[in-house]
Design a binder for this molecule. Structure first.
Ligand SMILES: [Zn+2]
Ligand SMILES: [Zn+2]
Length: 257
């Protein structure tokens, strides 16, 4: 886990749970799979032996802004595959190129870095098979967002950022995460905060606990922490988590499958 914060990096009083925006790295025997390149991506060491794949849930700035701030991206000799189940490879390339261009960013990384290869998600699924099975699910978020699961013989990992949970998702989500060792859940808000933030595209910490208890999973890590929530706030909230399977994601934790 390299980025556990939502919306904007937060360096104040977040050293334990993490202040960088969304970025999760999963290492399997054969692959280095990175979910989103928020500012946490700056701390990812690109793997020299495994194939590196970056999967985007969506393209809100907190999920892409770290891409050119990882120096390995500029020196990596192997291809770095970028993909998203939300759009095809050409749209993905245009989105990334537009975000890092013109008045917004000084370097046209998409043109300069030939090792960045944009793939359709179906192509990524084929490249990962048969040792790693990649699935995806549509989430509820303004502009869309895709959740992912990875399954190897060592276990299953599910990533569900960003998502505004609604009850009509329950059956599909339970089936999607079934048998996961770990699920990443968007718990940006508390139930109380969520009352005034309907339609913002995020779920609550309380919903995370209810879901964790209903699901056939090992554990659920609540992520996309609100930028206003300090380490002490999260410690206090930890005490009130009602599910033994739920905890707050900690930026420095490792995820190996
Ligand atoms: Zn986000
Ligand atoms: Zn978003």
């Amino acid at each position: 886990m390299h980025g556990t914060r939502g919306s904007i990096p937060q360096p104040k009083q977040t050293t334990r749970y993490g202040g960088n925006t969304s970025c999760y790295e999963v290492l399997t025997d054969d692959f280095q799979i990175i979910f989103d390149t928020g500012t946490g991506f700056q701390d990812v060491a690109l793997d020299q032996d495994r194939m590196t794949v970056i999967l985007y849930s969506h393209f809100h700035h907190d999920h892409i802004q770290g891409l050119p701030f990882n120096l390995d991206v500029f020196s990596h000799l192997k291809d770095i595959y970028l993909s998203s189940a939300l759009v095809n490879r050409q749209v993905l390339k245009n989105l990334i190129q537009t975000y890092f261009s013109g008045g917004y960013f000084p370097v046209d990384i998409v043109n300069i870095l030939k090792q960045l290869k944009f793939l359709n998600c179906t192509t990524v699924q084929r490249k990962l098979a048969p040792t790693c099975k990649l699935d995806m699910i549509e989430l509820n978020h303004p502009g869309g967002s895709m959740g992912y699961s990875l399954k190897t013989e060592k276990g299953k990992f599910s990533y569900l950022l960003d998502n505004e949970y609604s009850n009509d998702q329950l059956d599909a989500l339970l089936e999607f995460v079934d048998d996961s060792k770990m699920v990443i859940w968007d718990g940006m808000f508390t139930e109380e905060e969520l009352k005034n933030r309907k339609g913002w595209g995020h779920s609550s910490i309380e919903q995370a606990c209810i879901f964790a208890d209903q699901a056939n999973i090992g554990e659920l890590r609540i992520s996309h922490h609100s930028p206003s929530r300090t380490d002490d706030d999260l410690d206090t909230l930890s005490v009130s988590l009602t599910s033994a399977k739920a905890s707050f994601a900690v930026q420095s934790a490792k995820v190996n499958f």
